[in-house]
Design a protein around this ligand. Sequence first.
Ligand code: ZN
Ligand code: ZN
Length: 395
Amino acid sequence: MNRVGVETVPDPTILQPTDAIVRITSTAICGSDLHLLDGYIPTMVHGDILGHEFMGEVVEVGHEVRRVKVGDRVIVPFPIACGHCWFCQHDLTSLCDNSNANAKLAEKMFGHAPSGIYGYSHLTGGYAGGQAQFARTLYADENLFTVPEGLTDDQVLFLTDILPTGYMGALNCDIQPGDTVAVYGCGPVGLFTIMSAFLLGAGHVIAIDRFPYRLARAAALGADPLNYEQEEVLEALKLRTGGRGPDSVVDAVGMESHGLGVGGLADAVKQTTRIAESDRPHSLRSAIISVRKGGTVSVPGVYGGFADKIPLGAFMNKGLTMRTGQTHVHRFVPRLLEHIVKGEIDPTAVISHRLSLDEAPHGYHIFKHKEDHCVKCVLDPWADSRPTGLAPGAQ
Ligand SMILES: [Zn+2]
Ligand SMILES: [Zn+2]
């Protein structure tokens, strides 16, 4: 089993004239970090620094940085954008052609390479992450967003990933006024998908999970909770939609979903042994089966490799649309900031734990095992005096 620990590492330095160094004031543990820790995303190396959700103060800039200044308080989107390639020019920043230093490796796996991502394996560049006291950020002028005065770290930290990810998950449903949207997974991304779905006009949002404390958070946001260990999802969704099924279904779970019955068990065995299948697509299968005919399946949940027994027959014969992708965070930050300032979205609603960086291994543990009603851990890298970085490594 892979291990997360806190270690002292050298401070990052400016390597390119377009870099900036950020002194991190807040950082968070993400579900994606668990996929990395569990080894489902390949190419993590002993000593890699995790963390792609971080913000702080700019303490140093390279000599070609113009817009960003020392002293700026900034959030750092998890995908790294060069700002100039075809994809960046088309607002598809998580697909940037220039920021992934290991593009060749990713091309072997995916055909084409996604952007670089901080703290997210060598498949996405091998960049040191932000579960640390300092981080080197790339293409600072294109990536660092200044935080308006008066907003706390807790209010803006999640603009780095999970808030735009939930928002894009809802946007990809092409919600029409009054639509019914079902959301698999009431983790942080699922909760932000629920908030965003209502913001975009959904009339009825059904939240699917198996942990009562997570369903309770979803219900507090106005969603209609459905515990898949107590009700059969397909029938329950039909029952709640007059037989038709939800207009769209969001898979906010991804590759480590827990399935019930023989199918789920077979997937778990195959995934654990890495035989033929790297992803457990139970929620994706269920999304395809339970969405209404002509509906949309939106997949903000992370997948890394190959999945078995995707019901393509249902997908084709029901005339479905599927939309997915790593989030184009940069595109959504301005409008989401506006929603936060106006009080239309409260990102602090997902925070369950505040820990020091030294306590990060505990944070990973309770988040992974759904203990202590953990939903989202925010880490303060300066809560104690020991200089630290966070590094996973195989035992
Ligand atoms: Zn994340
Ligand atoms: Zn680019």
